[in-house]
Design a protein around this ligand. Structure first.
Ligand SMILES: Cc1cc2nc3c(=O)[nH]c(=O)nc-3n(C[C@H](O)[C@H](O)[C@H](O)COP(=O)(O)O)c2cc1C
Length: 294
């Protein structure tokens, strides 16, 4: 468990730790924030396996889930404790997604944000249980055990991530089951950040735009549910529409090879509206949770 002399390295909410690997997990790209937080030079990281930052407190089953999902071509979100070069640690919420070309994974990207102390506390509890279980069981058995553990609390893995992201405990079985899919939310937040952090190919921009479009479909599918009566729900729609038109403008300008400055200024607007969108969504969710006593 925790090594006594380890110190936690904290990073700013506005920072985004980015890395990319090949299909086997060998690092091919890291941003400056990654180097800074993990304490490695870029040269030390490029070409290294990604477990270079693996921390002993992380259960193996979380990486099994990560790899199984990514190799199926799907993105996955996980809370991860990482080790820095000098033996300290930092916690992240990591969004890991494969980039697929002609049916083949050509690279895997990961974008990470800091997490709250509440999430750290909650996730540490679960990871301790999983680590203990792993000592006397196979990886597949621990995987089943984890799914049952969450099922006992009425949660799928995705809902569990959602719930913690909303800063709510997972210990109670009357778990939050609001049907707003973390996939789209994460996708939107991370994609917006990504656009601002790394230079994107046109294909990535199209993916971002289509992801925004999916989010719109998701919002429509929720119409009529009790929480859509909340006044902030129309704001969610309004900001989403703004984000979507801005993304379409971005795609259009990107294809016309507009200047980087012009593209960046559109992304600044996207980010502003995305934040407003999520603040309105948060209002709706908080109200729903309070009303239902969840
Ligand atoms: C894009 C990408 C990012 C990853 N990021 C991390 C990370 O930040 N920390 C980590 O411990 N493992 C990360 N992994 C998983 C590692 O590849 C590896 O599975 C994990 O560290 C477990 O290592 P082990 O099999 O040696 O125990 C990442 C994998 C990919 C594909």
């Amino acid at each position: 468990m925790d090594t006594i002399n380890e110190q936690e390295v904290l990073f700013d909410e506005h920072d985004l730790i980015v890395s990319m690997t090949d299909a086997k997990g060998k690092i091919t790209y890291v941003n400056n924030v990654f180097c800074h937080i993990a304490g490695y030079s870029r040269n030390e990281l490029i070409g290294a396996p990604h477990n270079i930052v693996r921390h002993a407190d992380m259960p193996r089953v979380i990486f099994k889930l990560l790899w199984d999902t990514v190799l199926r071509g799907k993105p996955v979100t996980a809370f991860v404790k990482n080790r820095t070069k000098d033996g300290n640690y930092y916690w992240v919420k990591a969004y890991v997604a494969p980039i697929i070309t002609n049916g083949e994974i050509i690279r895997i990207t990961s974008y990470r944000k800091p997490i709250s102390s509440f999430v750290k506390q909650e996730i540490t509890k679960l990871y301790k249980v999983l680590l203990e279980h792993e000592k006397s069981h196979s990886l597949n058995e621990t995987f089943e055990f984890m799914l049952h553990y969450l099922k006992d609390r009425n949660l799928t893995y995705e809902q569990f991530i959602d719930r913690l992201t909303l800063n709510r405990s997972v210990s109670s079985p009357d778990a939050l089951n609001i049907d707003i899919d973390s996939y789209y939310i994460d996708h939107m937040i991370f994609k917006t950040n990504i656009s601002r952090s790394v230079s994107l190919g046109k294909k990535d921009v199209v993916v971002t735009e289509s992801c925004c479009c999916n989010f719109g479909k998701k919002l429509k599918s929720l119409e009529g549910m009790s929480f859509t009566a909340h006044p902030s729900w129309s704001k969610v729609h309004q900001h989403h529409n703004n984000v979507h038109s801005l993304m379409q403008k971005y795609v259009d300008r990107a294809y016309k090879n507009s200047s980087k400055e012009e593209l960046d200024s559109i992304l600044v607007e996207v980010e502003k509206d995305t934040l407003k969108l999520f603040s309105a969504l948060r209002d709706v969710i908080d109200n729903y949770v309070e009303e239902k006593g969840l």
